[in-house]
Design a protein around this ligand. Structure first.
Ligand SMILES: [Zn+2]
Length: 154
């Protein structure tokens, strides 16, 4: 492993850096794979696409007259809660995407990918769920990270 401060190469069992004296045990991070980065980007792209596609879809339906066939009050009673859920889903997908990129809060990362799926861009969301599930070990845990691994680029 390498010292997190000076970058000096150390034996895996080192607790303190022999070059600069920094405590290194428990301060290294698991390695970072492109899978997790791609998953984070997919979440954010899905949130952005949903933000564009869903309103356009409803606008086109409205212009075609498709929404007029419903009772107006009933339509609002359905559309308003759905819109609130949709906006919340986009927020969770974006926050989850950012946490995924940072390899933090696995629960939020999965929730973000699930929300990306539910927000309509299901193929990107499902891909993100798969990629995040495969890179579970890259997410920081509250306890010390496994020793003997190189700290990734931050
Ligand atoms: Zn050092």
């Amino acid at each position: 492993m390498f010292c997190t401060k000076c970058g000096g190469e150390l034996p895996p069992e080192a607790v303190f850096c022999r070059f600069c004296g920094t405590k290194v045990k428990g301060e290294t991070l698991p390695k970072r794979s492109p899978k997790t980065t791609i998953a984070g980007i997919l979440d954010i792209v899905a949130a952005a696409l949903s933000l564009i596609i869903v309103p356009v879809y409803f606008l086109v339906r409205a212009l075609e007259g498709g929404l007029h066939t419903y009772n107006r009050a009933a339509a609002w009673a359905i559309l308003v809660p759905l819109s609130v859920l949709w906006v919340a889903g986009i927020v969770v997908a974006t926050v989850g995407g950012v946490y995924t990129l940072r390899r933090e809060r696995f629960g939020w990362a999965i929730a973000g990918a699930v929300c990306a799926t539910a927000a309509g861009i299901w193929f990107l969301g499902l891909a993100a769920i798969t990629l995040i599930s495969l890179s579970r070990d890259e997410f920081r845990r509250p306890a010390a990270a496994p020793a003997g691994q190189i700290r990734g680029l931050v």
